[in-house]
Design a protein around this ligand. Structure first.
Ligand SMILES: Cc1cc2nc3c(=O)[nH]c(=O)nc-3n(C[C@H](O)[C@H](O)[C@H](O)COP(=O)(O)OP(=O)(O)OC[C@H]3O[C@@H](n4cnc5c(N)ncnc54)[C@H](O)[C@@H]3O)c2cc1C
Length: 324
């Protein structure tokens, strides 16, 4: 019987494991893919937007070559942190079901075994379902819902669709590395400069505007995507004009949603927030309406890595107190 079973080994799950280990709890982390899998999926070479102090578990641990770490530096830091501290993390194992058998008694079923634990922390992130436009042609092999790298697209006609930082960054990388890139975006998103609303960050937008003036990049004010074809894409612009562009590759970067099925099966309540559907939880303890079931990280309202790391620091000692 574990004291705490943690689902997911992103920043939230690793932070929770570290706190649990320091307090001497019997804990296990089950991760369905790789340690830091969401960061593994960032674009190759991306410099993250957070400052170092928002990304590290202990002050001074993460030492990037420049001011902000790259994807590779951050991923390496998280992987080494798990290994060097001997955190009890099992990877490539998916949690399929969680049942509450009694107070302080859960049964967790994965694709590789059955575990029992007194409490469960969901640190499952919010990247399970990459959002789709549901337009004709979206299933063609040239259409991607994640952006990984630029080099296959040099001299290609690339269309990036989306209004947030990921779309802005992808368009910038593509334009800078020699693709003919178009960023198709709602005008309201392009003109939105409010960081709280997930706009394109100013350090992405400024070079984007420079690329625009060099004509490597076009911004297209979109009403809707009409159809994606083998060698073309059909868009409707903000004035209702239908236009067809030659096209080799499409990146649809419009966000992702969490899989809340495991929580809902347990009876955890959810509500609609500005980020979409999120679990209901106590803001101090991050415990849900099902006693012993806790949440942390990107699928809660503490969404960034800083929150994913800090919430477990605050709640794991409280969970430990309850269990002893
Ligand atoms: C391109 C990009 C750039 C970003 N840049 C920044 C940045 O600069 N700063 C910042 O603060 N945030 C940034 N973010 C957001 C950041 O990645 C998230 O806030 C962070 O990953 C949240 O950590 P987490 O531990 O909550 O979730 P995740 O890191 O998503 O980890 C959740 C883990 O749970 C696992 N999992 C899910 N379901 C199961 C299951 N059933 N069984 C077992 N395992 C499961 C997943 O495989 C995953 O590894 C960025 C996001 C993207 C896409």
């Amino acid at each position: 019987m574990f004291d705490l079973l943690i689902i997911g080994a992103g920043p939230a799950g690793i932070s929770a494991a570290w706190e649990a280990q320091k307090l001497g709890l019997e804990y296990l982390v089950i991760e369905k893919k790789l340690i830091g899998n969401t960061i593994y999926n960032y674009p190759v070479g991306l410099a993250v937007f957070s400052t170092v102090n928002e990304l590290e578990f202990n002050e001074g641990d993460l030492r990037p070559a420049r001011e902000k770490p790259t994807r590779e530096e951050l991923l390496s830091y998280y992987v080494r942190f798990v290994l060097e501290n001997n955190l009890n993390v099992q990877t490539e194992e998916e949690v399929l079901n969680v049942e509450k058998l009694a107070e302080n008694h859960f049964r967790i079923t994965s694709d590789q075994g059955v575990y029992e634990s007194k409490a469960v922390l969901f640190a499952i992130g919010a990247m399970e379902y990459l959002r789709k436009l549901n337009v004709p042609g979206e299933n063609l092999p040239k259409v991607h819902h994640l952006f990984r790298e630029t080099y296959p697209y040099v001299k290609k006609n690339a269309m990036v669709i989306g209004g947030g930082n990921s779309a802005g960054e992808a368009a910038l990388f593509l334009a800078q590395e020699g693709a003919n890139a178009i960023l198709a975006i709602f005008r309201a998103d392009w003109e939105n400069n409010d960081p709280k609303q997930g706009c394109i960050k100013y350090w992405v937008k400024q070079p984007l505007e420079e690329e625009l003036s060099k004509e490597c990049l076009n911004v297209y004010f979109l009403k809707r995507v009409v159809e994606i074809r083998e060698n073309e894409i059909v868009l409707e612009n903000e004035d209702g004009r239908i236009e067809t562009f030659p096209n080799d590759v499409v990146f649809i970067l419009i966000g992702a949603d969490a899989e809340l099925g495991l929580l809902k099966n347990l009876g955890v309540e959810t509500h609609k927030s500005k980020y979409g559907e999120v679990p209901v939880y106590d803001e101090e303890t991050f415990e849900t309406n099902i006693a012993g079931v806790y949440v942390a990280g990107h699928f809660t309202e503490a969404r960034h890595i800083a929150g994913a790391i800090n919430v477990p620091k605050k709640i794991i000692p409280k969970i430990a107190e309850k269990l002893i």
